[in-house]
Write a protein that binds this ligand. Sequence first.
Ligand SMILES: Nc1ncnc2c1ncn2[C@@H]1O[C@H](COP(=O)(O)OP(=O)(O)OP(=O)(O)O)[C@@H](O)[C@H]1O
Length: 330
Amino acid sequence: MITVEHLTKRYGDFTAVDDLSFEIQEGHVYGFLGPNGAGKSTTMNIMTGCLSPTEGSVRIYGHDIFQEPNQAKRLMGYLPEQPPLYMNETPEEYLRFVGEAKGLRGGALEEQIRGVVEQTRLQEVYHKPISALSKGYKQRVGIAQALLGDPKVVILDEPTVGLDPLQIIEIRELIHQLGRDRTVILSSHILSEIQTMCDQILIIARGKLVAFDTPEGLERALLAPSQITLTAEAGEDEVREILSQVEHVVQAELTPREDGAVSVRVKTDGDSIYDVSRAIFFAFARRNRALLEISLKKANLEDIFLELTEGAGQPAGPEAPDEMKEVDEA
Ligand SMILES: Nc1ncnc2c1ncn2[C@@H]1O[C@H](COP(=O)(O)OP(=O)(O)OP(=O)(O)O)[C@@H](O)[C@H]1O
C-alpha cells in the first residue's frame, strides 16, 4: 500500500536519506527507530509530500506522492515533529480550518470533527485557546487534525517527545486505538517506545535502513552473536589457548582479577549458545582448570539497536545526552 523506492535526500554534499526502499502493508503499527539525525523526519516529510526527494519515489496505494499529490495526500494524515498549530485559535476553530482545507464541508465536516474530538478526548479543552493547553493536549490537537478526512494511514513524527510520563501513557493508548482500524507509522529515538507501540520496526541509521522486522524477528535474527561470560582459574595465556580450541568462539576479552582468576567475555557465532558454553566447560575441565562461573547473555533488542546504530547519534543540543540516556536505560 505504501511503496518507497530508492529514496535519497541530499543537502549539498550531505546525504540525510540514503537509498531507502521498503513497503508498508495495511493493518500494522510501524515504528521508525533511530538516533537523532538518522533521517526519520526527512523520510516522513518526503513520504507525506512536504519535501521533495533528490532521488526515488513514494507511492501511496499506487498514487505517486508528487505526480498525484491530491489522491495520495487524501489517504494520509500527518503529525509533523512541530505541528503548525495556531496558538490563538481554539481546537474547535483550528480543526474546522484544517477540515475545510482537506475539503470537508457542512454535515460531513461537523461529524468528522465530533468523531476526532471524541477519539482524542479533547472535549474538555475544546473552547480554550491552544496557547493555554498542556503539551499533551496540544499533541492531541495535532493528532486530531491528522485524523480529519478519515485517512487510511496516519504518520506521526515523534508523537510523545516532550510529554510527561502520564501524557506519554495517554498518547500511547491513543496510538494503540488508532492502530485497530488504520495503519500507523510513527517515529522515535527511544527503543522502549517503539517496542511498546509497534509490531513492525524499521531501524534507520545515517539515512540508511539497517533493519526491518517484527520486534521478535529482530531479536531472533540477531541472536546468534551472543555473549558468554566466564571466570576461569587459569593464567591469561592458558585461557586464550583453551578458548582458541573451541569451535564458534570468535572473540574473547580477558580481564585479570585480583585473586588471580581471569574474567572473560566470549562472543560466539554458533547457532546454539548452549552448545558453545558446554564445549567451553569441557575444554577447561579437560585441562583440569576450574570455571568459577559461567553465564549466558542472549542479545536483546536494545543490544541490536545499539550495535546497528553505533556512532550514528548526533548530539543535537543540550537535551541530546538525556534523550539518548533513555535509550540506554530502555
Ligand atoms: N534543511 C536541511 N539542511 C541541511 N541539513 C538538514 C536539513 N534538514 C535536515 N538536515 C540534516 O539531515 C539529517 C537528518 O535529519 P532528520 O531531521 O531527518 O533526522 P531525524 O532522524 O528525524 O532526527 P531527529 O529525531 O533529531 O529529528 C540531520 O543530520 C539533519 O541535520
